[in-house]
Write a protein that binds this ligand. Structure first.
Ligand code: SAH
Length: 261
């Protein structure tokens, strides 16, 4: 999998690329990360990437030309022409990071993890000339309902979430199956509640749950004890407790996830 990050701050990425799972995935050759300085595609002496907004108003807007040329040089052909559709490689997505985009989530991360190439365009200032969203990017993605000062952190966040889903990226393969937002396969919605299981349950719903709580040593800390059942070593009981605890935590912190089903 290859990531291309297009940015006016190429140095921004040095730290995050050098740590943890992303670093290991790079070293193992599971991902290749190319950071593209947008200013390499400017032609004037001042290497201008932005300009004032048509219609007036505050701030500056990233110009379309360097962005189109940067992406075209990366993919090796022109984009946004009459051949727009034909030229589009199904293994590649061109993502504009944007507070006004569709919401990024674990499902999008899963979809991206099956691609060969993800090109992430990082905006700055007031944003990016809309023609980039219309004719260059194949997707416009937001990482949440808040406004950041640039697309670099959002791009890193997407890259991190996707990388850990690539087979081999996590030391332990099971890790990404049993965590928050992985659809649970065996747990009907009423698990862990007082309601009795009936022989005639509705077709198994697959709620999206948060992760179950984790504990490690010491078994007692400042008088707070680890749930007894986790110490007992009865795997079936532990599994049952974890399912119920995950559901309880989801109810408490993110009831919207359960209502969504
Ligand atoms: N005027 C814009 C915000 C521009 S912020 C608006 O109100 O929508 C500058 C850049 O930061 C954006 O172009 C985008 O690339 C990035 N950015 C800010 N918030 C973001 C978010 N929630 N998700 C993804 N990218 C974001």
């Amino acid at each position: 999998m290859r990531f291309d990050l297009i940015t006016i701050f190429p140095e921004f990425f040095a730290g995050p690329l050098e740590h943890g799972i992303v670093r290991r995935a790079r070293e193992a050759g599971l991902i290749h990360v190319h950071v593209q300085d947008l200013r390499a595609f400017t032609k004037d002496r001042h290497r201008t990437v932005d300009d004032r907004p048509f219609g007036g108003g505050e701030g500056m807007v990233l110009k379309p030309e360097p962005l189109f040329e940067a992406v075209e040089s990366l993919v090796g052909h022109s984009v946004g022409t009459a051949s727009e559709q034909n030229a589009q490689d199904p293994g590649t997505t061109i993502v504009l990071m944007s507070a006004a985009g569709g919401l990024f989530g674990q499902e999008t991360a899963r979809r991206y993890s099956r691609l060969q190439r993800i090109i992430l365009i990082c905006g700055r200032y007031e944003g990016v000339d809309e023609r980039v969203a219309e004719h260059l990017a194949t997707e416009e993605i937001s990482i949440g309902d808040f406004v950041l000062s640039g697309g670099e952190l959002p791009a890193l966040l997407v890259m991190d979430a996707v990388t850990r889903l690539i087979p081999g990226a996590l030391g332990n393969e099971a890790s990404s199956h049993n965590e928050s937002f992985s659809a649970s396969e065996e747990m009907p919605l009423n698990a862990g509640t007082a309601s009795k299981p009936t022989s005639h349950q509705s077709p198994v719903t697959r709620p999206t749950l948060l992760d179950f709580p984790h504990y490690t040593r010491p078994a007692e800390y400042r008088g707070w004890k680890v749930p007894e059942i986790l110490i007992g070593g009865n795997h079936a009981e532990v599994a049952k407790w974890r399912r119920a605890a995950a559901l309880e935590k989801t109810r408490r912190n993110r009831p919207d996830l359960l209502e969504r089903e």
